[in-house]
Design a protein. Sequence first.
Length: 128
Amino acid sequence: MGCILLGLGGIVAGFSLVTPAERIGYLASVLAGVGTTLLLVGIVVLLERRIVDSAAKAVRRAVDAERSASEARVEQMLGEFEDRLSAEWAQTDTAGVAAMKRRTADLTDDVVERIVDETTDRWKSQTD
């Protein structure tokens, strides 16, 4: 707001300094300067919007790609976990069921910890 008032004050001051015969030329010069300034501001605003939109799209694509990669890693961990549990349970006899339940709980805790580490490490590295 201060810039607008100072600009208008400068125009009025210049208008009062010129002779009455030169005022038409002065006004034409001021209008040409204002028009040029508005044109340049419009171009800068359009360019800035394009730059911001392009940057936002690039960030969105990078986030989507990282999310997809992270989801794929988690799916791979879960698939390996399921295969490992299936293989170990297939080899378990009836006498070893209690021990296998404990082993399953330990393996589950390990996989959950790895998944949490995967997601929180990714989040921490993206926010740092």
